[in-house]
Structures are given as structure tokens and as C-alpha cells.
Design a protein. Structure first.
Length: 506
């Protein structure tokens, strides 16, 4: 049996690139098993992915294959099925649990493939299912889950109590940017150096584009994110040693001249499997215990990984593939062309233009521009949530199906009707003005609802509340906001303005 296992090839998907996917002691394949990687170009044909994302994934796969040397067979094919047939024929193969419903369905149709447990997360599917089933409710709350993970994994705990006496220090992490500052003045994030493999990837992408074989959106600047385990560890050290201490207070703030602020930029490395979440949170906790980082910064970072990232992964599988079709608010409007093309000149709203430019040039923004500018605008305009989900999936270097379906359907667009979050995440221009320096140069005024200077976020916020008043007024966290509609003396004019406003005019 041991000889049979050692001879069975193991298939590595392009987001299973870390050492922990090959550890036999942690559910991986036999230590002597030959390895298979398949670069399926058909994946890039099906969607117009951001070019920087395509570059990062192919670079990471090819770098990993080079590291593995003769142990791996690297197959370039049109589809996974073709690549698997070329590599092993009808022979047996193992694979770690894939990260999307489509990939899981694919391997489920291949009788020769044996699926091993999922890797790259703190909580197993069975553990989450038991936790969720024990809740006895159709509503799941991330905060409850986060506390449970902290307790069961002994993260930031002092005995049976949370470090510092509070589970969540989010209240301490909502500071606006320093007044008059152009940037936070913190050390820059880690930047990798490109290799010959990157040059090869870029040449391939250029050729495929010229031949009309594959179409991309966005720019492929010099690679900004790690493509190897070594680079990912360097990025983790850079963050925890030089940026973590200043992360917490301003994690929700935005500055025109500082797109990264003190954020870790580790999401793409985690989602490629180059980093294990356990090593990230443990290293951060060690910085707090040594007195090198304050608790609010460390707790905020731990909550992002052990709380939100973990929760999103499990919600994706627990609610099933039909969850992506949620549209509780009945939003049907199509995304305008300037948005899908990442064209910042398509809008006069400075915040939206600025963030779209950032996505176009890098394939990344931190979570507040994603949620409170891009996602909030889509929600207010009533864009079809499945199309918004697809846009986020394609446009971000760290965007994967399991990431974007819960984040967009459940949180950003409230399309699940509250199964995952207690209220829609949207606001008027006042929030953006308080948390950024993006409003002062804008032609619109965040306090104005109606007229030529009306902020599209402020007007859009009230229009959204009015449009769904019957639903929102029964939500305890929305009641007060909905009642504010009754105090608007210009509501009729606002509604007429929003009916006439075209997406391209904002």
C-alpha cells in the first residue's frame, strides 16, 4: 500500500503552491509521490482577467515548478482534462480539495482522482459545519465565529479571556487619516524582483494578446506581489517587523498619495497557498507579546485572517454553489462599460476615479476602497450582483471564486438578504470625506444631495434607502437611517434626479 501511494501522482492546482500542500503529516500526499501541475490556457479565455493577475498566477506556478525540479511534470494544455489525460492517462491521481465549486465538480467527475482534505485554512470543513449547525439559525455571524476560532486555536488569549479584555478592538481602528498628511510615513511594503520566468510569462501574455487568443483588462506593470514562498516570507517579515505596529488605527482610512497605507498586502500570497494563515497570525501575535506592536494593530490583523478570511472560505462551501445567485434586493442593472474596462475617466467622482485607476494599474486596493467605494457604488446603482461578483473576481490579483462570492453577494451587495451580515455596507459621501482626502478636489460636494454639486454617493445612499424602505425599516441596524428619509425636504427632487442620472454621467 505504501508503495502504491508513493507512486500515485499528486496534482497541484495553481493556488496550492505552498509547502503545506505537500506535507504528508498534514493531509498531503506521500513524500515520494510524483507531482503534476497543469497550466490550462482555457481558464484565461473564459474571462477577461486583469493582466497583472494572470501574470502573477502563471509566474507563481512556473516558479514553483522550477523549485520542484524533476519531481514535477508541468503540462501546458487547453483544459485541465486534456492536461490530466496527457500526464497520467486513466491512472490514479490525488489532489487537495480545490478552492472553487467548479473545480471541485470537475475532479468529482474524474473517477481516477482521489480528493484529499483542504489545506491552507485554520478550520476544517467538518469543524465549521458542526459550529454552524449548532447555531440553529439560518444567519451566521462572523464575530461569533471569530471568537470561537480565537478560543479553539488559543489566539491572542490570556487564559480563557481575550487579550486586553475585549474580543474586538475595531472601535480603536477607525481613525481617519492624519490631517494634512500625504501619506502615513511608514516603511514601504515588500516589492519582489522579477526573474527570467517573469520575462517569459510576459512574453507569452503579449503573444497570446497579439494573436487574439486571450483578452485582458488592466495593466501588467512590474510584478508587485510575491510569486514564491521565499518572496512571500520576506513580505510577511517586512509587514510584521516594520508595518504591523502602525496598521490598526488607520486600517479603514484612505489617502490619495498612499494606496497601501500600513496594509500587509499578503492576501495574494495566502490565496496562492504560498503562506499558511497559522504562521501569519502566530508571527503577528509574537510581535505583540514581545512589545513590538500594539494590541489593536495585531488584533485587527488577526481578525482579518483568522476571522474574516476563514469565515468567507467556509460560508462559500456551507451555503453551496447556489449562494452566488442570491439577489434579495432584485437588482438587475448591467455594469457600465467604463467600469468594466477600469476607465477612471468614465466618472467625475474623484474617489471612484482614483480607485478605478488604482485597480487598473495594480489589480489591488485595500478593503475600504473595495467595500465603501466600488461595492457601495454598485449597490446604490442597483447593478446585478452576480455581474459585480464576476468583476471583482476578474479584476483583483487576490480574487478567487471562494473569496468574492461571499464578500460581494453576502457583504458588499447584501444580495443574500442578511444571511451573512446584519446590514448593507454603504454610506453617503460624508463617510468617504471623513475617512479620506479624496473629496476635497472633487467637483461634487459630499454634503449636497441634489443639484449639479450633488455627490453621487450621498444621493445614491438616500435613493437606495427609499427604494428598499419596506425591507430596511424592519432591520434594527437600519431603522434610524430609514427614518431619516422623512426629514428630507428635497426627497422628491432627489428621486427624480437619480431616475434621470445615467451611470456615465457620474
Amino acid at each position: 500500500m505504501a508503495e502504491e501511494e508513493s507512486a500515485t501522482p499528486h496534482w497541484l492546482f495553481g493556488d496550492q503552491l505552498g509547502h503545506h500542500f505537500l506535507d504528508p503529516a498534514r493531509g498531503g500526499p506521500h513524500r515520494d509521490a510524483p507531482l503534476l501541475m497543469i497550466e490550462a490556457r482555457g481558464v484565461l479565455r473564459r474571462r477577461r482577467f486583469h493582466r497583472a493577475k494572470a501574470h502573477l498566477v502563471l509566474s507563481a506556478m512556473r516558479h514553483r515548478a522550477a523549485e520542484l525540479g524533476d519531481r514535477v511534470r508541468y503540462v501546458k494544455a487547453d483544459t485541465y482534462r486534456e492536461g490530466l489525460r496527457e500526464a497520467v492517462g486513466d491512472g490514479p491521481v490525488t489532489v487537495c480539495h480545490p478552492t472553487s465549486h467548479a473545480a471541485r465538480a470537475l475532479v468529482g467527475t474524474l473517477p481516477s482522482v482521489r480528493v484529499l482534505p483542504a489545506r491552507g485554512f485554520l478550520v476544517t470543513h467538518d469543524e465549521f459545519r458542526k459550529w454552524a449547525d449548532d447555531r440553529g439559525t439560518k444567519h451566521l455571524r462572523q464575530e461569533d465565529f471569530y471568537r470561537w476560532v480565537r478560543e479553539t486555536h488559543d489566539l491572542l488569549m490570556e487564559g480563557d479571556r481575550p487579550a486586553g479584555g475585549r474580543w474586538n478592538l475595531d472601535h480603536d481602528n477607525r481613525e481617519p487619516p492624519p490631517r494634512g498628511a500625504h501619506d502615513l510615513g511608514v516603511p514601504a511594503p515588500y516589492r519582489p524582483r522579477e526573474s527570467d520566468i517573469d520575462a517569459e510569462v510576459r512574453a507569452d501574455l503579449d503573444r497570446w494578446s497579439r494573436d487574439g487568443d486571450v483578452e485582458f483588462v488592466g495593466e501588467d506593470a512590474p510584478r508587485r506581489f510575491p510569486a514564491t514562498r521565499r518572496e512571500a516570507l520576506a513580505a510577511l517579515r517586512r509587514f510584521t517587523d516594520h508595518r504591523l505596529a502602525t496598521f490598526g488605527a488607520h486600517e479603514d482610512a484612505m489617502l490619495t498619495g498612499d494606496p497601501t497605507m500600513s496594509h500587509s498586502l499578503l492576501s495574494s500570497s495566502l490565496n496562492l497557498g504560498l503562506l499558511d494563515p497559522a504562521e501569519c497570525v502566530e508571527r503577528a501575535e509574537a510581535r505583540w507579546r514581545s512589545g513590538d506592536a500594539p494590541l489593536n494593530s495585531v488584533e485587527g490583523f488577526v481578525r482579518q485572517i483568522a476571522g474574516w478570511r476563514e469565515f468567507v472560505w467556509h460560508v462559500y462551501w456551507y451555503f453551496g454553489d447556489r449562494y452566488r445567485d442570491g439577489n434579495a434586493l432584485g437588482h438587475r442593472a448591467p455594469l457600465p462599460g467604463w467600469f468594466t474596462e477600469l476607465s477612471p475617466e468614465g466618472t467625475d467622482a474623484n474617489c471612484l476615479s482614483h480607485v478605478l485607476e488604482q485597480v487598473r494599474s495594480t489589480g489591488w486596493t485595500h478593503h475600504i476602497p473595495r467595500l465603501m467605494i466600488l461595492g457601495s457604488f454598485a449597490l446604490q446603482r442597483g447593478w446585478e450582483p452576480r455581474a459585480v461578483t464576476d468583476w471583482f473576481h476578474r479584476s483583483f490579483v487576490d480574487g478567487y471564486d471562494w473569496v468574492m462570492v461571499p464578500n460581494v453577494v453576502g457583504m458588499s451587495q447584501y444580495a443574500d438578504g442578511g444571511r451573512m451580515t446584519t446590514k448593507p455596507y454603504t454610506s453617503g459621501g460624508a463617510y468617504i470625506n471623513r475617512m479620506s482626502d479624496l473629496c476635497s478636489p472633487c467637483r461634487y460636494k459630499p454634503s449636497v444631495r441634489v443639484g449639479e454639486d450633488a455627490c453621487p454617493f450621498t444621493a445614491g445612499y438616500w435613493n437606495l434607502l427609499h427604494r428598499h424602505r419596506d425591507r430596511f425599516e424592519h432591520n434594527a441596524r437600519m431603522t434610524r437611517a430609514v427614518r431619516g428619509l422623512d426629514r428630507l425636504t428635497d426627497l422628491d427632487a432627489l428621486l427624480e434626479q437619480e431616475r434621470d442620472r445615467r451611470d456615465g454621467e457620474t
